[in-house]
Design a protein around this ligand. Structure first.
Ligand code: SF4
Length: 504
């Protein structure tokens, strides 16, 4: 049964209800939260102001992180006290943990009104109304999708860039990962639908799009086209006004040359690849049920760099997987050294109940994992610093972002992302045009750290290209508070760039 979200409105007799979505976990969850917000707003809810008590709090949970359930129940416990006073408040719990724990959430926290799974985000407004009407908790968890999530209304965080799902679920069975059991088998969205959504984002002012799937390289298997992903990249290259196309995440086992060719030959596909290594040891990769080996991994990187010399490659690595010996770990260090990653998400392995690895023998003691982790991060930080220093003096084009660095108030620098996704904090030379989020600036790199670059250009080295995305940002600002972005660097008010910290 599909749900017509347009007809579900919060109770007519009450004043407009406010909502807040609290997100935990990965980018997939962040994107799902955008859909939840979009759905709620098309059902008549409005975002709660910062610091205001919302009439509806939605938790979009994650089961991958350690202690996720303790954190959720802690949060729910705190909200119970608020709800005891404000009895018309509603609480909903969705996401991976809801899918995994199902009815236990209502048993443990009976003041929760709605529990919904990863496959039925579209039911949220209906479930909320049903819970209010029946005055009892509603839980709905489906084993498979009824509406492809991207067809639901979405409220985007940033007008200048957007996420587009190309598939959901995963057909792999990596032994450390809970995703396949929670998100189900991979379901591919038809290319026409994806491209229509990309076009709609571009029409709305976005100049950057990130294609999102648990394993983008297997995209197309569902409808019998093994080259569907590279074709999709090339088709994105045809969309006028789309300046930057990114994607995440590929899987080394299924990574094929046609994708490298499409990246190299499509000018708006950015030279950046996030390629999860997980371990450099072939034995550990086998135990993880990751079907590539380190030689194949390094071979892909070599090919990518041959075709796209400026490519930035990033990765994910797990340290201390069950059975990992010192020799296995040395293999990881070797592959990291050879790979020259620009950055890496490094994780200490810890047991995730419900995954095959959780019950494997030879779990590695915490102290050993910690010590290896520190060696790995020290190595990776050194490499990242070395790679970043190679950028010194280069001229880069940045898309200005709405978020600024932690020290922005003191340094008065704005922030942007280079084509290769490197984070650059930059100053605007005196008297020069101040860019808006979404505008493009060109400037030289003057300083390099391990985690970001800095540019303090003089006026002759600095130029701004105003973009449709910057115009869209101005329109969004005017719509929300009636102000544009004419702040002067040095202004104490967060450099004129409001940072969205809470999706509400
Ligand atoms: S490829 Fe492996 S790690 Fe990635 S979502 Fe699928 S099972 Fe999980």
């Amino acid at each position: 049964m599909s749900i017509d979200v347009s007809v579900v409105k919060p109770e007519e007799t009450t004043t407009t209800r406010t909502y807040e979505v609290r997100t935990f976990g990965c980018q997939m969850n962040v994107h799902d939260s955008e859909r939840m917000s979009g759905l709620l707003e098309s059902s008549g809810y409005v975002p709660a102001e910062d610091g205001e008590r919302a009439d509806l709090v939605v938790f979009n949970t994650c089961a991958v992180r350690e202690n996720a359930d303790n954190k959720l129940y802690g949060n729910l416990g705190m909200l119970k006290q608020v709800k005891d006073v404000h009895t018309d408040m509603q609480i909903a719990v969705g996401g991976c943990l809801a899918q995994k724990d199902q009815n236990t959430i209502i048993e443990k926290a009976p003041w929760v009104d709605v529990v919904f799974g990863t496959h039925n985000i579209g039911s949220l407004p209906t479930l909320l109304e049903r819970a209010r009407h029946n005055n009892k908790a509603e839980a709905e968890l489906l084993e498979s999708l009824e509406v492809f999530p991207s067809t639901l209304p979405t409220k985007r965080d940033k007008v200048y860039s957007g996420w587009v799902s190309i598939s959901v679920g995963c057909n792999n069975t990596c032994t450390f990962c809970i995703v396949p059991s929670l998100r189900g088998k991979e379901q591919d969205r038809r290319p026409g639908e994806i491209l229509a959504e990309v076009q709609a984002l571009v029409d709305d002012g976005a100049i950057e799009v990130t294609l999102l799937g648990q394993n983008v390289n297997s995209y197309g298997v569902g409808f019998g086209d093994r080259q569907a992903f590279s074709k999709l990249l090339r088709a994105c290259g045809e969309i006028e006004g789309l300046e930057r196309v990114r994607f995440t995440s590929p899987h080394p086992a299924m990574f094929t040359d046609d994708v490298i060719d499409a990246m190299a030959e499509t000018p708006n596909v950015m030279p950046v690849l996030h390629m999860p290594l997980q371990s450099g040891s072939d034995k550990v990769l086998k135990d993880m049920k990751r079907s590539y080996r380190s030689k194949k991994f390094l071979g892909i990187l070599e090919k990518v760099r041959e075709r796209i010399p400026e490519a930035v490659i990033t990765t994910d690595i797990i340290v201390g997987f069950p059975g990992e010996t010192e020799e296995d770990f040395a293999e990881t260090l070797r592959v990291v050294e050879e790979s020259r990653f620009s950055s890496a998400f490094t994780f200490q392995y810890s047991i995730r109940p419900g995954t095959p690895a959780a019950t494997m023998p030879n779990q590695v003691p915490k102290a050993v994992v910690q010590e290896r982790y520190e060696r790995l991060t020290a190595l990776q930080d050194r490499i990242a610093g070395e790679e970043n220093r190679k950028q010194m003096g280069k001229t880069v084009e940045l898309m200005v972002t709405a978020e600024s660095g932690r020290k922005a108030e003191q340094t008065h620098r704005l922030s942007g992302r280079a084509r290769d996704q490197r984070l650059v904090h930059f100053s605007v030379p005196t008297g020069c045009e101040i860019p808006r989020p979404g505008d493009l600036v060109t400037l030289p790199i003057t300083e390099a750290g391990s985690f970001h670059l800095i540019s303090d250009p003089d006026a002759s080295q600095y130029s701004v290209r105003r973009s449709r995305a910057g115009d869209a940002w101005d329109r969004a600002q005017a719509d929300s508070c009636g102000t544009g972005t004419t702040q002067v660097p040095g202004s104490p008010v967060s450099l004129g760039l409001p940072t969205i910290v809470k999706r509400s």
